[in-house]
Design a protein around this ligand. Sequence first.
Ligand SMILES: *Cc1c(COP(=O)(O)O)cnc(C)c1O
Length: 228
Amino acid sequence: MSNIANNLHTIRQRISTAQQVAGREENTVQLLAVSKNQPIESLEEAYAAGQTLFGENYLQEALLKMSKLSHLNISWHFIGPIQSNKTTTIAQHFSWVHSVDRLKIAQRLNNARSGMDPLDVCIQVNVSEEPSKSGVLLDQLEPLAAEILQLSNLTLRGLMAIPLATSEITVQQQQFHQLAQALKHLQHTFPDAKLDTLSMGMSSDMEVAIKEGATIVRIGTALFGARK
Ligand SMILES: *Cc1c(COP(=O)(O)O)cnc(C)c1O
């Protein structure tokens, strides 16, 4: 097995164990392989080992990879900050966008997606309330969700967060818990919406995220090694 195939195996084990420890059903957590700054060959290796969901942060880099890997059945997820002049291309090339954090971006994605299957989106929430971070604050989440639910070419699937980088498990856990509570609140407020996704947990904190209800973990370093 290649290193990447080995790493993938280890990560799948970690996910499976974390699901069991949390008393969750098998296969309720999806693995998104975060391949930003990784060479095409690394994506090919992961794909050969069965990985089909890939997350990218930078549009130009992602488009190049998509064109080189167009023969593969990959689901591409955009997870980086979104500039409004990039929305058309993002809407037309990706299956999912995890990083919607304002209405203008959602509207532009919606317009660019017409005539295609609805685009699956998550709202990015700034749970740590760091000024430098993207994401809507928790107290502005519900009005934004209400607006996005009106956009017919988008399907609002849930919430995404990048918590404060810390090794303090209790702080991580509290932030994941807040995101999970926010999703529950939205599910209650909008019972007809297809709100089934918590995109949270990265290489160093996926177990805590799964314990708190993550349905997609976004893993880069643990799978591909350090970024170039
Ligand atoms: C880079 C990145 C990741 C992956 O982080 P690792 O610590 O390398 O697993 C996950 N989510 C987002 C939004 C990222 O930008």
